[in-house]
Design a protein around this ligand. Sequence first.
Ligand SMILES: Cc1cc2nc3c(=O)[nH]c(=O)nc-3n(C[C@H](O)[C@H](O)[C@H](O)COP(=O)(O)OP(=O)(O)OC[C@H]3O[C@@H](n4cnc5c(N)ncnc54)[C@H](O)[C@@H]3O)c2cc1C
Length: 557
Amino acid sequence: MAKPVLLTVDDDREVLRAIERDLRRKYGSDYRVLRAGSGQEALEIVRELKIRNNSIALFLIDQRMPGMSGVEFLAQAITLFPDAKRVLLTAYADTDAAIAAINETGINHYLLKPWDPPEENLYPVLDELLEDWEAAFPPQFEGIRVLGNRWSPVSHNIKDFLARNHVPYQWLDIETVASDSDVRSLVELLDEEETRSLPIVILPNGVRLRQPSLADLAEHAGLRTRATEAFYDLAIVGGGPAGLAAAVYGASEGLRTVMIEREAPGGQAGMSSRIENYLGFPSGLTGADLARRAVVQARRFGVEIISAEATEVRIDGPYRLLKLANGAELSCHALLVATGVQWRKLDAPGVERLTGAGIYYGAAMTEAMSTKGEDVYVVGGANSAGQAAMHFSRYARRVVMLVRGSSLAASMSQYLINQLKATPNIQIEYNTSVVEAHGEDHLEAISIHCAKTNEVNKVSANSLFIMIGAAPNTDWLANIVERDERGFIYSGPQLTREGKRPNGWKLDREPGLLETNVPGIFVVGDVRHGSVKRVASGVGEGSVAISFVHQYLSKVV
Ligand SMILES: Cc1cc2nc3c(=O)[nH]c(=O)nc-3n(C[C@H](O)[C@H](O)[C@H](O)COP(=O)(O)OP(=O)(O)OC[C@H]3O[C@@H](n4cnc5c(N)ncnc54)[C@H](O)[C@@H]3O)c2cc1C
C-alpha cells in the first residue's frame, strides 16, 4: 500500500527544505513527505494524488505566500481531501489570520516559525494530529481503477480481463456520477477529453490508459507479456485446466516450461461459478478458485506464464517456433496445444451490435452484481447455462432460461436440473430461441420465438447471457496440424488411417497417444478431436501428456 502523504508548502526554499528534512526524519518510515514551492504547484500535486486515489494525512502550509495564501490553498485542497489534518505555519505577525482561519478552513493548529527544536515545537503537535487521522481514516483502495460505463463492451472486457487474471481493481460507473462522490470527484479532475473517451484505466503510478487494448492492459497491469528466455523444453499454448495441469506436471518434472495464455489462466473452467463434480471438492469450488490454486502451484514449480496470444507455429528441424501477437517469438522442443474452445455466436439481428452492452457470451461473472433486482435471460441448456442460472439467481429478481429443446435431460447433469427446479426465481422456457435483440446503445428488449406456438414475443431485457455450445479456434494451426471439419485437432491413433501413418510422418513409430501429425506437437483438452469436455478429463490429459513429452524429448535431445 502506498504510504499516506504529508504535504508541506512554502515559497521560501530554505524553510521548505528545513521542514521537509524534519518531517522525513520523524515520519519518513510511515509517510511519504512531498513538498511544493507555491500554492498552485501544491494544488497540482493534490489533484494528481486524488486521481491516483492516494491519501493525504496532513497539510503543513505556510500562510504568507505570493499568489495564493496558505488559507486560500487549504480552502481548495480540503474539498478533495476533507479528512486531511491542516497545520498553518505562520510568522508572529500573521497569528490573527491564522486564528481567523481556524474557523474558515477548519485549521487544526497553527505553528509559529521557527519551530526549533522540532522535538518540542513540531513533533508533539503533529504526533497527536496524525494519531487522530490514522484512527479515523478508512484505508483507501489503491490498486487499478477503471472508470467506464456499464453498457460499454470495452469496459466489460477490461473488467473481465482484470478479474480473471486476479488483478484487484475498483470499478467506477460513470452512470452513478450523481450519487457516488468517488466517481464525481474523479470525473471533475479528469480532462474533458478523457471523460469523453471512456473507459479510462488509472494505474497506481498515475499512468492513465484510455480505452486500452487487453495486450496494453496486460503490460501495464504487471502481467508478463514476453518470454524471459529464447528457448524452452516445453511450451504450452492455452492456460485452461488442461494447459495448467501440463504446466504443473512438466515443470515439476524438471522441464523448462512456459505457458502462453491470451485471456486469463483458468480457461472456460475459470468462468464457471461452481464446479461440483471435480474430484476432491465435495461441496464444489468456483472456477476462479481452481484457476487461482493451479496458477500458484504452477508458479511454485517455476512455470513462466505469459499473457499473450499465440498466432503462428513454424517447424525448424527439432525446434518448434512460436510467434505471439505482440511480435515476440520463442522456441521449444515440445509444443502442447491446449487452446480449448470458444463460445459459438448466436446469429440473430442486433446480437453482435449489443455484445458487451447487455449481451454476453458465457457467465460473465463480473456483470453479476449489476443484475441485482433485474430480470436475467440465459440462453442454453447445457451445464454451463445451468450453473450460470444458479449463479445469477442469487442477484437477479428472476432468471429465465431459454432452452431450444423440450427437456434438459439430454444436455445437463441431473444434480443441476434438480437445483434449478428447486430455485424459486428460476424459470425454464422450453422450445424457445432468441430471434432478435433490441436497443440503442445497450440491450433493452429481446424477441423470443416459441417453436410450439410459432409465436414471437418481445420482452424487456437488460441482460442476456448466451451459452450455446462452443467451437475450437485453431485456424492459426491450419497448415501445421491435421484437424477435423470443425477445427478439432486429431491425435494418436486417429491419425493412422487404413494402416497408414499421417502424411509427412518420418519416424519409425506411430504418433503417441496425444501427439498430433507433427512429432513433438501434442494436443490436450477440449480442442482435441473426440475429447470428453470436462475439467477432470482436461486435467488428466494435460498430466498424462507430459510422459509422452518426456519420451519425445529423450529422442530429440
Ligand atoms: C460456464 C462453464 C461451466 C462448466 N462447468 C463444468 C463443470 O462443472 N464440470 C466440468 O467437468 N466441466 C465444466 N465445464 C467444461 C470445462 O470447463 C472444460 O471442459 C475445460 O475448461 C476444458 O479445458 P481446456 O484446458 O481444454 O480448455 P479451456 O478451458 O477452453 O482453456 C483454453 C484456454 O486457451 C486459451 N487460448 C485459446 N487460444 C489461444 C491462443 N491462440 N493463444 C493463447 N491462449 C489461447 C483460452 O483463452 C483459454 O483460456 C464448464 C464450462 C463452462 C464454460
